[in-house]
Design a protein around this ligand. Structure first.
Ligand SMILES: CC(C)(COP(=O)(O)OP(=O)(O)OC[C@H]1O[C@@H](n2cnc3c(N)ncnc32)[C@H](O)[C@@H]1OP(=O)(O)O)[C@@H](O)C(=O)NCCC(=O)NCCS
Length: 195
């Protein structure tokens, strides 16, 4: 049976292992190609469990975590996430940042991706102190050798949800790509929407 469970702040720690495993599984695919490690995951998820206003919406199939989406006030994020906003002199206290939306393949195309946006936007709106929501997406070169032939970018979905690509807001996150000897920096472009 499918159930939805929400976690806030320090409660997020209780699903750390499951969430880390789900992120590693889903982000192994193009365009992320992430060779996940539990150390990287621990540091990443710690930022969320340290933030009182962070929120994770999850999908369970019986006791198995099959999907999750995360968000956090931008001011509680790491410097690499905040940097382009600070450099552009934007008021980060008014911005809510969306971490990821991840579903195992068998659970895609059922409307859960839409639900993930609604849940996060509603969470951010409830505080009454945020007027912008944002997320970022990795930029891979168009002819990347590991890009599947049937790959469909999510850009149209994000545009339909009201998000606009901000080509002047770019950050750089470091992770290990599958099959590579050492971690490299990836360009990340932000998308924003007023709420
Ligand atoms: C992003 C993700 C959570 C969306 O989940 P989903 O359950 O497929 O979402 P929905 O069923 O609500 O569909 C969302 C939209 O994506 C579109 N879509 C469906 N399959 C798609 C595909 N393979 N590629 C691109 N877009 C697709 C649909 O047209 C739909 O738009 P609509 O609402 O106008 O019909 C899921 O695809 C996923 O886990 N992807 C891998 C991880 C990822 O890239 N996450 C996003 C960045 S963190």
């Amino acid at each position: 049976m499918i159930t939805y469970r929400t976690f806030r702040g320090s409660d997020i720690e209780s699903i750390f292992e499951n969430l880390a495993q789900l992120r590693i599984t889903v982000f192994r695919d193009y365009p992320y190609l992430y060779e996940g490690t539990l150390d990287y995951e621990r540091a990443y998820l710690q930022t969320y469990s340290n933030a009182e206003r962070a929120f994770v919406f999850t999908v369970f199939d019986d006791e198995k975590l099959v999907g999750a989406t995360t968000c956090i006030p931008l001011e509680d994020e790491t410097l690499e996430v905040k940097k382009p906003f600070l450099e552009a002199n934007l008021n980060i206290e008014r911005i809510f940042y969306f971490g990821e939306s991840i579903l195992l393949k068998e659970y895609r195309g059922l409307g859960l991706g839409n639900r993930f946006f609604e849940e996060r936007e509603n969470h951010a709106k409830r505080f009454g102190t945020f007027d912008v929501v944002c997320f970022c997406a990795v930029q891979r070169e168009n002819n990347h050798p590991l890009k599947p032939k049937d790959y469909r970018a999510l850009d149209d979905f994000w545009i339909k949800k009201g998000y606009k690509k901000q080509i002047n807001l770019e950050s750089s996150f470091e992770w290990l790509d599958i099959g590579e000897p050492k971690p490299t920096n990836k360009p990340m472009i932000y998308w924003m929407k007023n709420i």
